[in-house]
Design a protein around this ligand. Structure first.
Ligand code: BDR
Ligand code: CA
Length: 311
């Protein structure tokens, strides 16, 4: 079993990730923390609880985190995920209740309470994670790894060079990247490869199985809303944490741009030969992280489909 904590801003693709994490038999989903990102924190919590219902998840603690980035004002992505952040499908309200602990305290308690290594999987702006690292550094050192969806060693999406989760809170991302905790970055270099189309949503609908129907409706809603192909997005980071062999990872020095220019929120990943890097004092102290540069699309997609449809 793998012990995971997910940090989410649910979000349709966060929903794809949560469904998978809650339903995979080899994942022990210790808890879920929420942060503002795709939409405001209140709506993120509503969506997260609804998704756990749809996943037929057990009693997994869910807690509230940051309502805004450390410095910037919040900038949401409702143009992508719908006004309610979950495709505007009117899913029923959940009767689940929030854990009373703030997100940083829940993460601390779950890490300290686990006898096995814990992987933290942020799928959202890194505000909660930065606050956790600063509030409880000794607990943070016990994390096995952070596998995050965010960043890019190539192009951006929120801006030409910055990926949304990093761009939403660059200072938080810089704290996380510089933490010294082993980091795997599942970023835009692979994020858009894991595509879905109506063949797969039909396969889910034909299952006649509530979690599969929920997932199929979400896929169709996104295909209806957007003019481009949709992806399983954040789910890929969870798949990478569970089965690293499904992706190619390259060690790179990486820094987050926190300047207030056109590259704010970009992750600068050094792909130059070592000899060039050694000549560059700015990059000498940059942390080394594992960057996903390719994924086995068919295997990852099939893993998701089979896990969601599992009875
Ligand atoms: C990231 O931004 C959000 O819209 C998605 O949920 C994903 O975490 C992609 O840039
Ligand atoms: Ca997300």
């Amino acid at each position: 079993m793998k012990n995971f904590i997910l940090d989410v801003d649910t979000g349709v693709d966060d929903a794809f990730a949560l469904l998978f994490a809650a339903r995979h038999p080899e994942i022990n989903l210790l808890g879920v923390t929420c942060v503002d990102g795709n939409t405001n924190l209140k709506q993120v919590i509503i969506n997260t609880l609804k998704v756990l219902d749809a996943a037929e998840a057990g009693d997994i603690p869910v807690s509230a985190g940051a309502t805004r980035p450390l410095i910037d004002e919040p900038r949401y992505a409702e143009h992508v995920h719908g006004a309610d952040g979950l495709g505007d499908l009117g899913f029923p309200e959940s009767k689940r209740t929030l854990d009373p602990r703030p997100a940083v305290e829940l993460i601390r308690d779950l890490v300290e309470g686990s006898s096995e290594p814990v992987t933290l999987i942020p799928l959202a702006p890194l505000t909660n994670i930065a606050l956790f690292l600063r509030a409880f550094p000794e607990s943070a050192k016990k994390l096995e790894r952070i596998v995050l969806m965010g960043g890019s060693a190539s192009i951006g999406n929120a801006t030409a060079t910055a990926e949304f989760n990093i761009w939403h809170d660059p200072e938080a991302a810089a704290i996380v990247f510089q933490s010294g905790i082993p980091i795997t970055m599942y970023g835009l270099d692979v994020f858009n490869d894991l595509t879905m189309n109506r063949t797969y949503s039909k396969r889910l609908m034909d299952e006649n199985h509530a979690p599969s129907t929920f997932a199929g409706r979400l896929v169709d809603a996104m295909l209806d809303r957007l003019e481009y192909e949709i992806t399983l997005g954040d789910y890929g980071a969870v798949a990478t944490a569970l089965k690293p062999e499904l992706s190619t990872q390259v060690t790179m020095k990486a820094m987050v741009d926190t300047t207030f220019g056109p590259n704010r929120g970009a992750t600068i990943c050094d792909r130059r030969p070592e000899a060039f890097q050694e000549l560059d004092p700015a990059h000498l102290d940059a942390p080394r992280i594992e960057v996903c540069t390719a994924i086995d699309v068919d295997a990852m997609r099939e893993l998701w489909l089979q896990t969601i449809s599992r009875r």
